[in-house]
Design a protein around this ligand. Structure first.
Ligand code: USQ
Length: 382
C-alpha cells in the first residue's frame, strides 16, 4: 500500500512509519514539527534529543535499505495538503496530526484555541483531500478511549443499540470527554461520521488508551531511530512518567486516590493495531471503530508494578498521592470491550516485570539528563 502518515514525527508517527516501511509498504511522512515547537515553548523537551525527520529517514535508509518520503508543512493549509496528496496518491492515510496532550489543551486560552483549530482544521482538510484526490483511500484516524469518558455502564466498541419507546436504533456510543483535547477527538469522530454518511468515505477510528514504551522492533538498533520519550506533565503519559520518576528517585506522582482506570497498550501494539487496520480496510461508507488497548489498570496498580520492578534494579521507588490537578473520577466503574483488533489478529505485548525493567534500563542510560523540575507543574483543569 501507499501509506501517508500525518504527524509522522511524533511519539507514535515515526515508529509507525518505520514499522510499515519494514513490512514492505511504501511510506511518506508529513509533519510541521508542532509538537517540537510546543515542547520547546513550554520548556519540556524529551529525555534525549531526537534528530529531525530528514536525519531519521537517512538513518532508516542506512539501517534497512528502505526509502521513506518526507513532506514538511502545515496540513491545516489547503495548498500544502492538496499538493502532498496529489504527489503521493495514498491508498491509506494514518491521521495522527493533532495536538495530542490533554494537559496542554487546558493550559490557557491560546492553547485551547490552538488545539481546537489545529485538530479540527487538519481533520477537515484530510476529509476534503481524500474526497477530491483519492476517494477510495482508507483513513485510519487515531481517536482516544477518552472520548467515552468513564460512564457507569459497559463501554461498547464505538456503537450502542438504543431501545426507546418500543423502537430501536444504533448510535455512536455516547461520549463525554474529560478534557478539551479529548473533546476535539469527539468532534473529529462526528466530522468523519458525517462525511462517511454523506460521501461514502472508508474510515477506521481507533479509540486508543494511554501508550507506554521506549523501543519498537525497528528502533531498537539505532539511537537515531528512537521515538520521543517525554516524561513531563504535559506530553508524558502516566507510565512513561512513572518509569522516569522511579529512575530519578522522585516519588511517583499518583493523582488523588489513584483509582482512575484506563486501557493501556505497549507502543509496539499501537504499530500492530494501525497496520492491521490498514491491511483489513473498512468498507466504503463505513465508519469502523475499534477500542485500542490490551490491558486495564488503575493508576495505583501501575505505581505498585513500577515499585516492584524497581526492586530488581535496586531502585527504592516511593509512591506519593498528590492533589489531583485534573477534574476526573478517582473511583469508578470501567468495563470497555476490545475484541475487534484481537479478531483481526493482534497478539498483545503485555506489561510484564521484564518490560518495566527494560524501560528502566533504557531510562537509566539518561539518568543525568532528567530535569526533575519538569516532572510536575500542577496544570489545573478547573
Ligand atoms: N495520572 C497520574 N499521575 C501522573 C499522570 C497521570 O495519576 O503523573 C493519571 C491521570 O490523572 C489519568 C491517567 O493517569 O487519570 C492517565 O493519564 P495520562 O496523562 O497517561 O493520559 P491522558 O491525559 O488521558 O492522555 C493520554 C494521551 C492521549 C490519549 C489518552 C488515551 O496523552 O493522547 O488520547 O492517553 S485515554 O487516557 O484513554 O483517553
Amino acid at each position: 500500500m501507499r501509506i501517508l502518515i500525518l504527524g509522522g514525527d511524533g511519539y507514535l508517527g515515526w515508529p509507525t512509519a518505520m514499522h510499515l516501511s519494514a513490512k514492505g509498504h511504501e511510506v511518506a511522512v508529513v509533519d510541521n514539527y508542532l509538537r517540537r515547537v510546543l515542547m520547546r515553548e513550554e520548556d519540556v523537551e524529551p529525555l534525549y534529543p531526537v534528530p529531525n525527520l530528514h536525519e531519521r529517514i537517512r538513518s532508516w535508509k542506512e539501517d534497512s535499505g528502505k526509502e521513506i518520503t518526507c513532506f514538511i508543512g502545515d496540513l491545516g493549509q489547503w495548498d500544502f495538503i492538496s499538493r502532498v496528496f496529489r504527489e503521493f496518491q495514498p491508498t491509506g492515510i494514518v491521521h495522527y496530526a493533532e495536538q495530542p496532550s490533554a494537559p496542554y489543551s487546558v493550559l490557557r486560552r491560546e492553547a485551547a484555541t490552538l488545539t481546537i483549530s489545529n485538530n479540527l482544521a487538519v481533520t477537515s482538510n484530510v476529509i476534503f483531500a481524500v474526497r477530491e484526490i483519492c476517494p477510495d483511500a482508507h483513513i485510519v484516524k487515531l481517536g482516544t478511549m477518552g472520548e467515552y469518558g468513564t460512564p457507569n455502564i459497559d463501554i461498547e466498541e464505538g456503537w450502542l443499540d438504543v431501545q426507546h419507546n418500543g423502537r430501536k436504533h444504533k448510535f455512536l456510543y455516547p461520549r463525554q470527554a474529560g478534557s478539551l483535547y479529548h473533546t476535539t477527538k469527539i468532534m473529529d469522530t462526528d466530522l468523519l461520521w458525517y462525511y462517511v454518511r454523506t460521501w461514502g468515505l472508508k474510515v477506521t477510528d481507533l479509540m486508543q488508551g494511554p501508550v507506554y514504551g521506549t523501543v519498537t522492533e525497528e528502533s531498537g538498533r539505532n539511537q537515531n531511530l528512537q521515538p520521543f520519550f517525554s516524561y513531563d506533565e504535559l506530553f508524558g503519559t502516566v507510565l512513561n512518567r512513572f518509569i522516569v520518576q522511579a529512575v530519578a528517585n522522585y516519588p511517583l506522582t499518583v493523582y488523588g486516590k489513584g483509582g482512575q482506570t484506563r486501557g493501556y497498550l505497549h507502543i509496539k501494539d499501537t504499530l500492530n493495531c494501525v497496520r492491521l487496520a490498514l491491511e483489513n480496510p473498512a468498507d466504503k461508507g463505513e465508519l469502523r471503530i475499534f477500542n485500542q488497548f490490551t490491558e486495564i489498570f488503575s493508576v495505583n496498580e501501575l505505581s505498585s508494578r513500577v515499585q516492584s520492578a524497581g526492586k530488581v534494579l535496586g531502585l527504592k521507588v516511593q509512591i506519593k498521592s498528590i492533589e489531583n490537578p485534573r477534574k476526573e473520577l478517582e473511583e469508578h466503574y470501567y468495563n470497555p470491550k476490545h475484541t475487534g483488533l484481537l479478531e483481526l489478529g493482534l497478539e498483545p505485548n503485555f506489561l510484564t516485570e521484564e518490560v518495566l525493567v527494560q524501560m528502566m534500563e533504557t531510562v537509566l542510560k539518561y539518568r543525568d539528563a532528567i530535569a526533575t523540575h519538569k516532572i510536575f507543574r500542577g496544570t489545573k483543569w478547573a
